[in-house]
Design a protein around this ligand. Sequence first.
Ligand code: FAD
Length: 386
Amino acid sequence: MSMVTIDDLQDIRRLAASVAHDVYSPIAEELDVSRTPISLEQREELGKLGFLGIAHEEQYGGSGSPFSYALAVIEEFAKVCRPAAFQIFEANTGPAQVIARIGSLEQRRRWLPGIVSGAHTMAVAISEPDAGSAATDMKTAVRKTPHGLVLSGSKRWISNGGEADLYLVYARLADVPGSKGIGAVVVEKGMEGLSFGPSERLMGFRGIPSADVIFDDVRIPEENVVVQAGDFKKLFSLFSLERLGNATMSLALGQAALDKSVKYAQERTAFGKEIIEFQTIQTMLADMVLDVDGARLLIDRAARSADEGVPDPLHVSLAKCAANEMAKRVTDLAIQIHGGNGYTEEYGMERLHRDSHGWAIAGGTPAMQRTRIVSEFTGRRFDQRA
Ligand SMILES: Cc1cc2nc3c(=O)[nH]c(=O)nc-3n(C[C@H](O)[C@H](O)[C@H](O)COP(=O)(O)OP(=O)(O)OC[C@H]3O[C@@H](n4cnc5c(N)ncnc54)[C@H](O)[C@@H]3O)c2cc1C
């Protein structure tokens, strides 16, 4: 890894904020209204600027910077435009990190350069219609046949579903119940037997495609197996990186809502004075600052361990739970501070609030994080099935 200083972090944050402001701020509302993802050209431009390869090694086109730099860039884009931030999230903190950290050399060489350049994008497919929080109930399976490996099953709620070129699919690779039989394979768009359901019409996350992903006897080359059965723990420990990206999305929503509210409260007048003069408004703003800063500190702590390897799962679950719930509360208060304007699409507060609910469900709900927090904190395991 090249030598980095805090100035580099400030520089990359400033560059991200300026691109987000100049390029994505003018189109963010339209992407949301029309439920349109950013274009391939826009994604490739993000690649050229280096935003898709921050947390990837130089040999694959990345900059080999600390993981926290990627989070800073995600935050700046997500404050303005989640569809753009999402592609940076997928490339740096999502399934591509599984390839980068536990994929074979051949797999890294094959897939990472395309992701870092923006030519390709990835999705992670874990959830199924009957296996969400209970992910290890999944039925999607790879079976060995005389003609090779064959994948069947279907996945639900897959962000980037239909849009992505590469799918990291969690599946049963051995006929063993629970997590022990689960591994992961990469399915490439265009493979025979791969299809997609209709686009989901979600409350938020608009401009981030979401669809069922269906595998109807898809032939999987041996070299597309990334994680064998038996290595689920290793696979799932890397999901902590995705959770940090998720927590950062929530942080951005809260910070954007706070910044806009502070500005609005000093512009809007009622009863002849700026509404920030009213103690009720001050209390709301103070609660927002407390909430946003608390989440930021928890994310920063968890991110530091990500630079050294796999982040501490307790720190990650605390960060995700706090940030997800903070974003829901803070964006709700922002709507109140904006009065009638907060309820319009024009001011963007309702968009922040709608998105805050999505990030809380994605990546494991706060309820599931709480179970994990107590488990990690006490060193006890709680069997959810018993
Ligand atoms: C916007 C969005 C994006 C997503 N993106 C992806 C993606 O890219 N890839 C992917 O694989 N999945 C994705 N998901 C799926 C997501 O991971 C699941 O929706 C989530 O894990 C919850 O599963 P579920 O919807 O089946 O709810 P359920 O598991 O049915 O849960 C319903 C409710 O019960 C609670 N609950 C369940 N079990 C327990 C328990 N043991 N203790 C306490 N409470 C419990 C939950 O917290 C929740 O409140 C996405 C979801 C959303 C909404």
